[in-house]
Design a protein around this ligand. Sequence first.
Ligand SMILES: [Zn+2]
Length: 154
Amino acid sequence: MTSLEAIDRLVDDIAEAGVSGSWVARNGIERMRDFKGAYILALQVGETIDVDFAGAVAGQLAPGWYVYAGSARGSGGIRARVRRHFQRSKTMHWHIDLLTVKSLDIAALAVAGGDECELVGKLLDSCRFKVALRGFGNTDCRRCESHLLAACIP
Ligand SMILES: [Zn+2]
């Protein structure tokens, strides 16, 4: 499967899960409408990622496509947040930074007024996605097992 076919299927699976919004690619960030809400990142990593964050989560992520849900509701809108995710060089701050700096391909789905935990719930309920690594990206959340998911059928 080519990268384009893989992301096409992810986009379809996310839509089928009942999550809608507007997709933005790396080269479209400056034209993106700004607002507060939630977003989904679809990203492809080409190498095994060792996850070890101060003992909080530990594990390995195999090469492949991942889906991550986050939000930008405080100061700074969704465009600034997604722009940061798209940057290849940055100070490591969030778990997802481990993947975004190594992503071969990345796109974001911006969901106005959305809630990231609700998005995770919809994706899991669709049975098209599964938890990629427990405890990843949901340090502030008591509801989800993880904010990082992978497609059930890789
Ligand atoms: Zn959550």
